[in-house]
Design a protein around this ligand. Structure first.
Ligand SMILES: C[S@@+](CC[C@H](N)C(=O)[O-])C[C@H]1O[C@@H](n2cnc3c(N)ncnc32)[C@H](O)[C@@H]1O
Length: 207
């Protein structure tokens, strides 16, 4: 995946910043998981995981493939004053370095569209999901108003923004994800498309 990390983080900080606390609140309301262990997959600068750590008692691992993203996430953990509960882990979502059934909440925003083998990654995610655990994996802008505002701003900065996002969203139908989840052997899930987002909520029944 080619990406100018510094440029991406500038956009995350300047344009996307308001969406993270809004989505974190939705994750808290919809999953009701407020303690235990959470992993933010493809965390980038870690803004979603950090926003969720601020409003819960979760221990959060900010997980990303790129060392440059990890460096930014590390700096942000210090700035947020959350070093006692938030750490970084470098790795690939297709091969998670966690034990079976060990993670209470797996969240991810805007990363799944870049995963090479989504079925394999979803299978890995379900493998590590703890009893009583849930996922909140997909993409979104928090509210239709924020989506409209950000889209307008991004179009001004980058001509290809609209066609890029349409390309990604085009492949993001419920049918597509249902097929990926079937391949991954996951049956207990819903796809939530409220609040200007697309979120795969998988569940594992409590033991
Ligand atoms: C568009 S960014 C989103 C970052 C962040 N979640 C946010 O909302 O600001 C996608 C992130 O996914 C990460 N990523 C892509 N493929 C990955 C993989 N296979 N395993 C782990 N991280 C991955 C990228 O390095 C990048 O940081």
């Amino acid at each position: 995946m080619e990406m100018n990390v510094a440029e991406f983080d500038k956009v995350a900080k300047e344009t996307f910043a308001p969406v993270y606390p809004v989505i974190a609140k939705q994750i808290k309301q919809k999953t009701k998981i407020m303690e235990g262990t959470c992993v933010d997959l493809g965390c980038g600068g870690g803004y979603l995981g950090l926003a969720l750590a601020q409003i819960t008692n979760l221990t959060v691992h900010l997980f990303d493939l790129l060392p440059e993203m990890q460096a930014i996430a590390k700096k942000n953990i210090k700035e947020y004053g959350l070093a006692d509960r938030v750490t970084t882990i470098l790795g690939d979502v297709h091969e998670l370095p966690f034990a079976d059934r060990s993670i209470d909440l797996l969240i991810s925003r805007g990363s799944i569209f870049f995963w090479e083998d989504q079925a394999k990654a979803l299978q890995e995610i379900y493998r590590v999901l703890a009893p009583g655990g849930k996922t909140f994996i997909g993409g979104g802008f928090g509210t239709p108003e924020l989506k409209a505002k950000i889209t307008q701003k991004m179009k001004q900065q980058d001509n290809s923004w609209n066609s890029n996002i349409k390309n990604r969203i085009g492949k993001a139908s419920d049918e597509h994800f249902c097929s990926m989840l079937a391949q991954a052997g996951v049956t207990n899930f819903t796809i939530d498309r409220s609040d200007a987002g697309m979120w795969i909520i998988m569940r594992r029944e409590a033991a």
